[in-house]
Design a protein around this ligand. Structure first.
Ligand code: BT5
Length: 265
């Protein structure tokens, strides 16, 4: 089981994770964080052993079986224009990637919100927000990581495209330590962003660890689908895509899949 004391021992943050709310079972940590957003301080973390209605983007489901993953949400209160919020997802992705690297696990960032290990998805991030006028009231960064799931924990729909840290390393992973390490990384990357809009280190990581740069991709937005090549991730965190007709576009958010690849990525 997750142990709040053990997590705290490994934390070196000043505000991320300094207040944590633990649930054995909950519908969704993101929904709970949104309910608490106005009462709680920035950096509050909601964590659950199990989610019964874990959410992905676009109302998709996120499988969150009991005791086997890290399913948590971080409440953030940046002073941001609503259209910049997509950048906080990149902070989450970079933080998870760095924490895995510290454990000796090689992972890749699939812009904007997935972490890939051995060609399969091990982590997804869902950022939700509330805004008034043109400023953000709060942002909830929800992170789901398949830590100790076995192959049989995945249902047929995602077995081919998902994996867990235990499957790739062959070892049971200590969740308390990993969570603290991610929270430490989030604070490190989020602080310069909050204070002066500085995303330099986050973007550096997203670029260096990107699985998309240089690849031919299918870009899906709503009902439309376009094929292009990913040239870069720019200093704003946007994906730079070149289409067959030579047109270059900077994309803020969306769904990308690598062309000609089997399965998920
Ligand atoms: C995501 O959406 O990847 C965002 C997932 C965010 C989950 C966290 S857990 C804590 C917090 N509370 C919540 O309720 N949510 C957040 P998206 O890119 O739309 O991917 C969703 C798709 O991934 C699904 O349609 C499935 O195909 C697949 N999927 C579902 N569960 C998975 C899992 N455990 N591992 C890998 N893939 C999964």
């Amino acid at each position: 089981m997750l142990d709040m004391n053990s997590i705290e021992r490994h934390l070196n943050t000043s505000f991320i994770g300094r207040y944590m709310e633990y649930h054995e079972s909950i519908a969704s940590t993101n929904s709970r964080a949104k309910d608490l957003a106005h009462q709680k301080q920035e950096g509050t973390v909601i964590i659950a052993e199990e989610q019964t209605q874990g959410k992905g983007r676009l109302s998709r489901k996120w499988l969150s079986p009991k005791g086997k993953g890290l399913w948590f949400s971080i409440l953030l209160k940046p002073d941001l224009e609503a259209d910049k919020v997509y950048k906080t997802t990149l902070i989450g992705a970079a933080a998870v990637n760095e924490a895995l690297k510290d454990m000796g696990i090689k992972s890749y960032i699939k812009w904007p919100n997935d972490i890939i290990v051995e060609g399969k998805k091990v982590c997804g991030i869902l950022t939700e927000m509330s805004w008034g006028r043109d400023r953000v009231n709060y942002v909830v960064m929800g992170i789901g990581i398949n830590v100790n799931l076995e192959a049989e924990d995945f249902d047929d729909e995602i077995r081919e495209k998902a994996t867990s840290l235990k499957i790739v390393t062959g070892k049971e992973i200590e969740r308390n330590r990993l969570l603290a390490s991610i929270l430490n990384q989030v604070e490190k990357l989020y602080t310069p962003f909050k204070e002066r809009g500085d995303l330099k280190e986050t973007i550096q990581i997203c670029r260096r660890e990107s699985i998309l740069i240089g690849k031919d991709v299918r870009l899906i937005r709503g009902d439309s689908e376009e094929i292009g090549k990913v040239l870069d991730i720019d200093e704003q965190g946007q994906l730079v895509v070149e289409y067959a007709d030579g047109k270059i576009e900077k994309v803020l958010s969306g769904e990308v899949s690598i062309r000609g690849r089997e399965g998920y990525i």
